[in-house]
Design a protein around this ligand. Structure first.
Ligand code: GLU
Length: 384
């Protein structure tokens, strides 16, 4: 009796693994969790205080559907300050998390038969959102370091191409699209008139000499074709608060707002005040978290490559390692499910991201857990 729409979607693998691992932990098992990507840091005190003040000040009623004007303004200022792109407040929409922003974008822009170019490996929910909008995901390869080039995108353009999903730094690979390639991709989008949905949720998590640029900053032509999705979840350790935002041209933002007015209405009033403090308050916590993740990144990359049957490309950004496990002879699903039941380590099978040769580990976990988890993986592989 279910609709064909929901019959065709798979549950989010990242959230499913996370729920299973947390349940095992609750039942007393000592599970090391490299599952869903969320910072292990707590939300900074100043942000929590802003939320408490919002409750005490009775900011507990509906807000405008697209968010409180102060937050929309703070987001526009963030784009100017950090990305060098000017947006009017009317070009900003606040939603219930980055995932909700992306879902609204898919529903507002894609329709039956439209094609959306999706570089592989991709974050699990993009594919399902495209399909929910009755559009077609057109998978696009990346190189052996998971880097996307304009040439790879160009091969996939057809007269049905409506959008490209750009996620740099990438979840799950951590790869960054080089600035020169971003420039070429901008030209391709302008020449062929398709949207670029730029998911910039990991923009602050960039390591070493790598540089990540926002495609919308490359000129008015490409800005009008770019829809940026971002959130406070990762940058400020606020995953559970559910505040995401979109920047794009008036017409799209208005359509997304209309859609949102019939589904969630406004995002949580209290969480919006917390997000406002996150964007306008002190930023030290961000730097501290990025430094900690960088240390963990170096460790996990080195340690994974010491394990027989596993090889890993150095992640350039985000907080994920995406090692090749094909040397173990297992599929990614077999590897992940046996590893969890036999060695109590939770990872996400790469098949959820479009590659069965890989698994994803989130290193937004404590150094102690990273060490213990990798020791367990090594021991488990030696025994099996
Ligand atoms: N984006 C994170 C991840 O990939 C959060 C979980 C999710 O919503 O998929 O793990």
């Amino acid at each position: 009796m279910l609709s064909s729409r929901v019959k065709n979607i798979a549950p989010s693998a990242t959230l499913a693994i996370d729920a299973k691992a947390k349940q095992l932990r609750k039942s007393g098992k000592d599970v090391v969790i490299f599952g869903a990507g969320e910072p292990d840091f707590n939300t900074p005190e100043n942000i929590k205080l802003a939320a408490k003040k919002a409750i005490d000040g009775n900011f507990t009623r509906y807000t405008p559907v697209g968010g409180i004007p102060e937050l929309r303004k703070a987001v526009a200022e963030k784009f100017q300050r950090e990305n060098n792109v000017s947006y009017d407040v009317s070009e900003i929409l606040i939603s219930c998390g980055g995932k909700h922003s992306l879902y609204n974008i898919a529903m507002a822009v894609l329709g039956k038969g439209d094609e959306a170019i999706l570089p592989v490996p991709y974050w699990v929910s993009y594919e399902e959102m495209i399909k929910l909008a009755e559009a077609v995901p057109v998978f696009c390869n990346t190189d052996e370091r998971f880097r996307l080039t304009a040439g790879m995108v160009e091969e996939k353009i057809s007269d049905k191409t409506k959008m490209l999903i750009l996620n740099s730094p990438s979840n799950p690979s951590g790869a960054i699209v080089e600035p020169d390639e971003v420039r070429k991709i901008a030209r391709l989008a302008a020449d062929n008139n398709f949207y670029v949905v730029s998911d910039e949720v990991y923009e602050h998590f960039v390591y070493g000499d790598n540089k990540s640029i926002s495609i919308a900053s490359l000129g008015d032509d490409i800005k009008s074709l770019t829809i940026v999705s971002n959130s406070v979840s990762k940058t400020y350790a606020m995953t559970g608060w559910r505040i995401g935002y979109t920047a794009g041209n008036n017409e799209i933002i208005k359509a997304m707002e209309n859609l949102q007015s019939h589904s969630t209405s406004n995002p949580s009033n209290i969480a919006q005040y917390a997000a406002l403090e996150a964007l306008t308050g002190p930023q030290e916590s961000v730097k501290k978290m990025v430094r900690a993740f960088d240390e963990r990144r170096k460790f996990i990359y080195k340690r994974l490559n010491e394990i027989d049957g596993i090889s890993c490309v150095e992640p350039e950004g985000a907080f994920y390692a995406f090692p090749d496990i094909s040397g173990t002879g297992m599929s990614s699903m077999d590897f992940a499910s046996k590893l969890l039941s036999e060695a109590l380590v939770a990872v996400v099978p790469g098949i959820a991201f479009g590659s069965d040769r890989h698994i994803r580990l989130s290193y937004a976990a404590s150094m102690r857990d990273i060490e213990r988890g990798l020791d367990r993986i090594e021991k488990w592989l030696k025994q099996s």
